[in-house]
Structures are given as C-alpha cells and as structure tokens.
Ligand binder design. Structure first.
Ligand SMILES: O=c1ccn([C@@H]2O[C@H](COP(=O)(O)OP(=O)(O)O[C@H]3OC[C@@H](O)[C@H](O)[C@H]3O)[C@@H](O)[C@H]2O)c(=O)[nH]1
Length: 274
C-alpha cells in the first residue's frame, strides 16, 4: 500500500529562479544528498553520479559517515563535499534533496540521543525550509522504527504503530515520526513536493564493521570464529534489504508520484510505479 501525491496539496511550490529556463543556463540537475558519506548515502551518490547530467552536493558531518566512502568522487567536477551538520541552516541552490542525514544504527543513535532528535527534527526543518525556498522536491529516509513495537504483522504504510515515547529508542523512533509529520505539513501547508521512504534493515558493502546491526555483527563474529550473539528474546523478526535494492527504490521514489513507501527486503517494482 502507498500514499498517492494527488491528495492534500493546498498550494503550488514556489518557482525556481527564471534563469533555470534560460537557454544559456546549465541544464544539469543539482542534487543535495545529506548524509551522503554514510553507508546508504554513498551508494546513492555513486548511482546519481553515473548520470552525467547530475551535479551532486553531499552535506555530511562525518559522525557515522566517512570521506573514504566518497573518495572516488573527490575532485570530480560534478561533485562537491561539504562538512555540514544539518542542524544548522544550509543556503544553497538545488533542484532535488535526498535527506538521509542521521545515525541509523541503534548503538550510534543512542550514543547522543539529544543530538539524534535534534538531527531529525531541526535537521528536517532546515531541509524543508531549503526545499521551500528553492522549490526543490525532497525525499526523507524514514524508518521501519516508526512502527515501534508493532502489534500488526506485516505492517502496511497505513498502520500508525505502537511506539514508546520515553524509551531509549525514542530519540530515533519519535524523531523520525516528527520528521514525517513535518514533511506532510510542509506539503499540505506550502505545497512542497515530498517523498518518504520507510527503510527497513539494510545490509551490504561499506557497512561499518562496528555498526552494531545484526547482519554486520553476525558476519564479523563468523569471520572471527566467535559465537553469534542472538539478543533476547530471540524471537524478533526483521525484513532485510540489500543496499543496491534500497538505493534503486529511493531513486525511483523521488521520481514517482507515490509519497510514502516502505522499502522492504522484497521489492515490488510494479507497485512503486503504481
Ligand atoms: O548482534 C546482534 C545484533 C542485533 N540483534 C537483534 O537483531 C534485531 C535487529 O537489530 P539491528 O540492530 O540490526 O537493527 P533494527 O532492525 O532494530 O533497526 C534497524 O533497522 C531499521 C532501520 O531503519 C534502523 O535505522 C536500524 O536501526 C534486533 O532484534 C536485535 O536485538 C541480535 O540478536 N544480535
């Protein structure tokens, strides 16, 4: 199930600069990727850079991301890397925004929970402010954690979740829920073109060995010949998604008319285009 963009918009987005339509103006698509030095972000950047019409700007504070993930693009004329924390304003001109910036592994987002919630709330407000100012379409990477400890299995996008507002994961769960609310309110109130991708547990190359998530932990433990640690109660289930499938779906989501989509392990591509 997915939410379609035909509902709810009360106002057209502001027009970009008239220079954008000038025949002398460069026609490249200028794309901002926040968190572009991270695990999923850097794979997304690789894909965007494959298109010669794209100019890619990455904003990252390198808390969990690394310049190493982007080293093949550093110095490329269509690529720019900015050390920037999204909790601060960013005044640039772009056509599209992929807003990924936020630590996603529980051990990292719980390390500084106040910073995590600021990143989700103030960071998303700043990116929406930017989208409004320049008329850019914006995609937020949300999370399966918006369902909290779900009482429905599997969860459709229409399920509202079962979330603890004061738990140790709340900085992330509730932070992303507020971020989603902000996205929809900017859409309804200001006509901003939004997309939300609810990302489930993703794995693949460039995952940090110390990431702490179950797939990387199990692989690292297996390589070291250590026992695999299954945390209590041991009956948890997850839907896993390989990073290239994830990136493909994020890219298609921004271009499609569907506002809200879950990115699970098994991707129904026909459904994305619905
Ligand atoms: O070594 C481990 C690590 C984790 N686990 C368990 O495996 C399950 C998965 O845990 P992970 O740490 O991989 O991460 P989660 O699935 O809870 O959340 C993750 O997936 C969804 C994303 O949107 C989130 O950003 C991300 O944190 C949990 O139930 C956890 O208790 C183990 O049993 N052993």
């Amino acid at each position: 199930m997915a939410t379609n963009s035909s509902n709810g918009a009360t106002k057209q987005p502001p027009m970009p600069s008239p220079l954008r339509f000038s025949k002398f103006f460069q026609s490249n698509m200028r794309i901002l990727v926040t968190g572009g030095a991270g695990f999923i972000g850097s794979h997304l950047v690789d894909k965007l850079m494959e298109n010669e019409k794209n100019e890619v700007i990455v904003a990252d504070n390198f808390f969990t991301g690394s310049k190493d993930n982007l080293k093949k693009w550093i110095g490329h004329p269509r690529f720019e890397l900015i050390r920037h924390d999204v909790t601060e304003q960013l005044l640039i001109e772009v056509d599209q925004i992929y807003h990924l910036a936020c630590p996603a592994s529980p051990i990292f987002y719980k390390y500084n929970p106040v910073k995590t919630i600021k990143t989700n709330v103030i960071g998303t407000l700043n990116m929406l402010g930017l989208a409004k100012r320049v008329g850019a379409r914006i995609l937020l990477t949300s999370t399966s954690e918006v369902y909290g400890d779900p009482l429905e299995h599997p969860q459709p996008e229409s399920y509202w979740g079962n979330v603890n507002p004061i738990g140790v994961r709340s900085c992330y769960d509730e932070g992303k829920r507020v971020a989603e609310t902000l996205m929809f309110d900017y859409h309804r109130q200001h006509g901003i073109e939004i997309r939300i991708a609810r990302i489930f547990n993703t794995y693949g190359p460039r995952m940090n060995i110390d990431d702490g998530r179950v797939v990387s932990n199990f692989i690292a433990q297996a390589i070291r010949g250590e026992p695999l640690t299954v945390q209590v109660p041991g009956t948890q289930t997850r839907s896993f998604c390989y990073v290239s499938d994830m990136v493909y779906t994020i890219l298609v989501s921004l271009l499609s008319v569907v506002i809200l989509i879950q990115v699970l392990g098994v991707i129904d591509y026909d459904h994305i285009y619905a």
